[in-house]
Each structure stands twice: as C-alpha cells, then as structure tokens.
Design a protein around this ligand. Structure first.
Ligand code: DAH
Length: 347
C-alpha cells in the first residue's frame, strides 16, 4: 500500500472513530501517537519517498499528523470526570460553593489620589472634574499663557485638531478645570480636581506621555497667601506625617502671581540626603500661588472683590515618595506582581 493510501485509510478510520471509554482513548493513543505508533511510522516511510513526491506528500502527512493529534486532544478528557466521580462520590458534589472571585487591589495612584482628596474634603473642598480633551482657551489662554508660550509647542503638547484661534489638545495640566469651575458659577469656590494629563514626552523611568495631577482652587473674599501656606502645611502634615517640614521657593507660573514651588523635607532620609532628594534633603511636590487677576477676569470674576490661591501636584511624584517607587513606567505596565503589593480592595 502506498503512503497516500495508508493515510486515506487511517484518516477515514479516525473520522469514524468514537471512543466509548477512557480505555478506548488510551488504545487510540497507543495505536497512533506513541514513538512506535502509526504517525511516526508514516514519517519513517516518508524518508524513502522520491524528492519530487515529498513536496506534495509532506503536506498531506503533516495534515494527517495534526488530525490524529487533534482527535486525541478532543477526546482525552471526555471520560475523566465520570471516572473520578465513580471512584469518589464527593468529586461531583454540586452543592459545594464555587471557587469564588479573586478580589483585586487598588492601584497605587488611586490609593494616593483618594488620600489627597480625603484630606481636602475635610477642609471643605469639593471634588470637580473636567475633560481630558480640552481647548486652547481652557488649557492656555484663560490661564494667562501668552500666544508664544513654549508650552503651546507641538513638542510639548499633543494637539488633536486645529481650530481657528482655539486649537483642541489633550490637556497638559488640570489647571484647565479651574477655569471651567470659575466660568460655571460665582465665588466662593473651594475645589480639588484630580485627573489625567498628557505631555509629548519620550517615555522613561522619570517621564511619561501621560500622568496624573490634583489641582486645588480656593477663591473667596479676603483669601491670602497665609491661607495658602496654612492649607498646604496642614495637607503635608496629614499626608506625610506630623513634623514634615515645608518650604516655599519663589517661582513663576503664568496663572499665579506671586507663584511658588513647595518642597517638603525628604520623607525617606528625613533631610539627611539620599538618592530620592538628590542629596539636598528636600523634595519638590507642588506648584502654587495666588490666582492672577487676569485669570479671574478671564473667567468673569471680579478681581477687585475676590482673591484666591491655586496649587497643582503630580500624583505619581507623591506616590513615588510614599512607596519609594523609582520607575514611572510601573504604573501603567499592568504587571500583576507590582500591583498586588498594594492594599486589597474591600467590598
Ligand atoms: N499647572 C502646573 C503644572 O502643570 C502646576 C500648578 C502650578 C498648578 C501652580 C497651579 C498652580 O494651580 O497655582 O506644572
């Protein structure tokens, strides 16, 4: 019989075969699939075929091999359940509870965002949100960014659509939500605004094309820089523990005047100097300042009557400090070994 004829015959046999027991399946395996079985035998025969026949027959033979193996895979578990059930009467007890769900963990960024928000909620701040796809007005112009400001550069910002005088972009900071909030009503405003922001950055351990911020805004009659300092001092004591020092360094933001950056004493080395604080003993955690009167006026708020402060911080930065995480990419890689280390969600 030629190899082709043998393959035809065995193909028919396999197609018509229906096992009735585990033993049938085992017999099948012994007949076709073991080292001295039919499939291996055919491959042995194949070696002596002429080379021009090999091309066609090789394909047929491989298909046959796949068929014979697939049939085994399909049938090998068919009898296992009933076999064990007849041996052990507990194996099929359908009244036993199921295996249950594995409960996930909170993402470290969510944990820290929640902590930040809780602290400000106790001070009477409400939580507000705004869109991640934002227009130039809310992201830049209303916030007093001049026309030619470098942040508007394509290299820094992901623009989505050109639009006469009001381009659409992925927001580069949560400060845009300040404007939306102020446009939406009348003072007083006391809000905390968490969210995701985007910047055109090459991804590395220290930079990513998206990250998270929390913005804060407090506008009322008679709000002063002393209020800003006391509020942020309180926040730091709550989040990092009593005794954490703060310092304000003069800075510049288009939307605040005066502006400052706030550092805290390094929570890891307690000021002695380490990798995290680059041996300075201090770590910058946020930008802040008194809301520029131009910004108030842009949002139709009377700057002679109202004053206020604003601040913005990166959630990743704070999470890195709290959990000593050194690589930003871990937050978005979804590696279960990383994520599982954080607090389990409770229902
Ligand atoms: N928007 C700033 C940034 O992304 C952070 C910031 C600084 C927010 C000062 C503020 C502020 O509200 O007052 O770098």
């Amino acid at each position: 019989m030629s190899i082709q004829e043998k393959i035809d015959q065995y193909t028919e046999e396999i197609n018509n075969w229906t096992p009735r027991s585990q033993q049938d399946v085992e017999d099948y395996r012994l007949k076709f699939l073991v080292a001295k079985g039919i499939v291996k035998g055919l491959f042995e025969d194949f070696k002596s075929v002429s080379s021009e026949d090999k091309r066609i027959l090789g394909k047929v033979l491989n298909e046959f091999k796949q068929l014979s193996e697939a049939k085994y895979v399909e049938t090998k578990d068919l009898f296992e359940v009933s076999a064990s059930a007849s041996n052990d009467s507990n194996a099929q007890d359908l009244t036993l509870p199921g295996p249950g769900f594995e409960i996930g963990t909170r993402h470290p960024l969510s944990l820290v965002r929640k902590e930040i928000v809780e602290i400000f909620k106790k001070l009477g701040f409400i939580v507000a949100e705004g869109p991640e796809i934002e227009d130039d007005w809310h992201n830049f112009s209303a916030l007093n960014f001049p026309e030619e400001h470098p942040a508007r550069d394509m290299q820094d910002t992901f623009f989505i659509q050109k639009q006469e005088g009001n381009d659409i972009a992925l927001r580069t900071h949560t400060s845009s939500v300040q404007v939306r909030m102020m446009e939406s009503g009348t003072p007083p405003f006391r809000a905390i605004m968490p969210g995701r922001v985007y910047r055109n950055e090459a991804i590395s351990a220290r930079a990513h094309c998206f990250f998270h911020q929390v913005e804060g805004l407090y506008i009322d009659e008679g709000v002063s820089f002393a209020d800003l300092k006391q509020t942020l001092y309180h926040f730091v004591q709550e989040l990092f523990g009593e005794g954490t020092k703060v310092r304000f360094r003069p800075s510049y933001f288009p939307f605040t005047e005066p502006s400052a950056e706030m550092d805290i004493s390094c929570t890891i080395c307690k000021g002695a100097g380490c990798n995290m604080c680059k041996y300075t003993g201090w770590v910058e955690i946020l930008g802040c300042g008194m809301v520029d009167p131009n910004v108030l006026e842009n949002s139709k708020i009377d700057a002679r009557k109202y004053t206020g402060f604003a601040f913005g911080m990166g959630i990743e930065r704070i999470t890195n400090l709290k959990y000593e995480i050194k690589d930003l990419r871990l937050f978005s890689e979804n590696d279960i070994r990383f994520l599982k280390q954080f607090e389990t969600e409770t229902i």
